[in-house]
Design a protein. Structure first.
Length: 263
């Protein structure tokens, strides 16, 4: 019976939907996390009687047809790149982006990855690095014994050097990178993304200029997950799963009844 297969595709789709929702909820407190949603499409139809087919020799046309659906399939788990709220931390190297752009990170193999997570630190040489120790681009090294570290909205990093009590010295500028299609970035874990043909080529620039977002020092961008919405979606997915399971039970009972009639 076709209903068994159709309902099975529905159960599989809702199982994946719950997995996506659970990942969103698990990352509720992950800095810079962007929520995902599961997208579905109906499967190919069996056309028992096609709409618009000729129904008589006189040329009459069928106004409706008989189309038996094959179920549902998952076509993607697109990521929402909307802005998350900013949370103040007071740490000098905690940076948040308001608007377009990603921080650019140099990986050990020489490639670049991108993140909205501005939880940065200094390594043993004074470089500004992410949690995995990979340097933010362009690489900026804070001089030893420097004080008064400041990062402005354009990403300019300035410090006060020994002997220059009232003067701040700009030692570098953190850049930003944006993409035509942010949803086309490939997540690789550790709050990092890589570019893909779907995202378009990376476009490097300066913060707070020409459409790039501004950098806020002493703050971090929170996940854009709405827990109330996720819980509502979770309940709806669970109900849809249960209904498909009931369809399978009903179809099985119908098959057993039909078999019994022909014994």
């Amino acid at each position: 019976m076709q209903a068994l297969h159709t309902a099975a595709t529905g159960m599989a789709a809702q199982e994946l939907n719950v997995q996506v929702i659970s990942n969103n909820i698990a990352n509720l407190r992950t800095t810079g996390y962007k929520k995902q949603t599961a997208s579905f499409q109906d499967l190919i139809y069996q056309h028992v009687r096609r709409i618009g087919a000729q129904s008589s020799e006189q040329g009459t046309i069928l106004p409706v047809g008989i189309d038996i659906g094959g179920g549902v399939q998952t076509v993607g788990t697109p990521r929402s790149m909307t802005q998350g709220t900013l949370s103040q931390t007071g740490n000098d190297l905690d940076l948040a982006i308001t608007g377009e752009g990603f921080f650019k990170i140099l990986m050990p193999d020489g490639t670049f990855q991108y993140t909205r997570d501005g939880t940065f630190q200094m390594d043993n040489t004074g470089r500004i690095v992410n949690a995995q120790g990979n340097p933010v681009q362009p690489t900026i090294t804070i001089p030893q014994n420097a004080s008064g570290l400041a990062v402005n909205a354009q990403g300019q990093v300035s410090v006060t050097l020994p002997g220059a009590t009232a003067t701040s010295t700009i030692i570098g500028q953190i850049g930003l990178t944006r993409f035509i299609n942010k949803a086309g970035l490939q997540p690789v874990g550790n709050n990092l993304f890589t570019d893909t043909p779907a995202s378009g080529a990376p476009q490097d620039g300066l913060a707070n200029l020409l459409g790039f977002g501004a950098i806020t020092q002493g703050s971090l961008e929170q996940a854009n997950v709405d827990v109330v919405s996720e819980m509502s979606d979770l309940i709806a997915a669970q109900r849809a799963y249960e209904m498909n399971a009931k369809v399978i039970t009903a179809a099985d009972q119908m098959m057993q009844s039909t078999t019994a009639l022909f014994r």
